[in-house]
Design a protein around this ligand. Structure first.
Ligand SMILES: C[S@@+](CC[C@H](N)C(=O)[O-])C[C@H]1O[C@@H](n2cnc3c(N)ncnc32)[C@H](O)[C@@H]1O
Length: 254
């Protein structure tokens, strides 16, 4: 499985690269997707809506394509975004993977920080879930931690004791500023979220990848659940934090 939590604003501050001049093989003219879809025209339409789109997606799109190619037939991608990017990303991933490969949009709901007064305060992230092959993907709900029923009095005591399977809306606190999980990395994601993804979408011994790894949350969870993992990051501070957090891992410096 692959989990990625990309930097949101990378494209905006970077040198503009033009998707329209992207080189492709002659038989792939118009950027054919995984299943023969051409998507140059969609990219151009989206770019007309949002100038920042072209920069952001010229950064992310080739990485998503590579992620798809690296996945095994039973593999799953979790793409962690927020409400500003998720709609563009859905269109993009439908083209890269195929619409039938869309499995879920998980909403991670939390309740932290200031509350906007002029609109509904945004207190959730969006995680798109795509599989490589909709007929052959691995998903084991029995491995996922269960949640307490909201009204346990309405179910049998056995059911209440067992808890219920999580839905696609996950209420989970952010990494506590005083808790032992905190590494000091500003965008660190809680292990509780990643544990669900890894537990459901991989088996012990499988490979897990995060190529925007930050503090290494994916690696920490994968290790705890006896998966193998690769964590990549371009930031020295992230590498330093991962060195401490994942002392059992081999570090390869570029
Ligand atoms: C939102 S953070 C990921 C946080 C991570 N999920 C965690 O739990 O700590 C995004 C990461 O992407 C990294 N990054 C940005 N551009 C990159 C690139 N071109 N290659 C690799 N990593 C990159 C940043 O250094 C940052 O650590």
């Amino acid at each position: 499985m692959i989990y990625v939590d990309p930097p949101f604003n990378t494209g905006r501050a970077q040198v503009r690269r033009n998707l329209r001049s992207h080189r492709v093989d002659p038989e792939d003219a118009d950027r054919r997707g995984f299943k023969g879809r051409g998507y140059k025209s969609v990219l151009e339409s989206l770019s007309r809506y949002d100038d920042a789109f072209e920069d952001y997606w010229s950064f992310l799109l080739p990485r998503l394509e590579l992620a798809r190619d690296l996945m095994t037939e039973s593999g799953t991608l979790y793409l962690h975004l927020d409400y500003r990017e998720v709609h563009y990303a859905k269109v993009m991933c439908d083209m890269v993977f195929g619409r039938d490969c869309f499995l879920n949009e998980i909403i991670w709901a939390y309740d932290y920080g200031a509350r906007a007064k002029r609109r509904w305060p945004a207190k959730h992230d969006n995680i798109l879930v795509y599989v490589k092959d909709p007929k052959n993907y691995h998903f084991d709900s029995a491995e996922v931690d269960r949640e307490p029923y909201m009204a346990p009095g309405l179910v049998t005591p056995e059911k209440a004791a067992r808890g219920k399977l999580p839905t696609d809306v996950w209420w989970h606190t952010i990494v506590s500023p005083t808790g032992k999980e905190k590494t000091g990395y500003p965008t660190q994601k809680p292990m509780g979220l990643l544990r669900r993804m890894v537990a459901a979408s991989s088996r012990p011994g499988d490979w897990c990848l995060d190529f925007f790894a930050g503090s290494g949350s994916l690696g920490a969870v994968a290790h705890a659940l006896e998966r193998r993992f690769v964590c990549i990051d371009s930031n020295d501070q992230a590498i330093e934090i991962m060195r401490n957090r994942l002392p059992h891992a081999r570090v390869i410096e570029d």
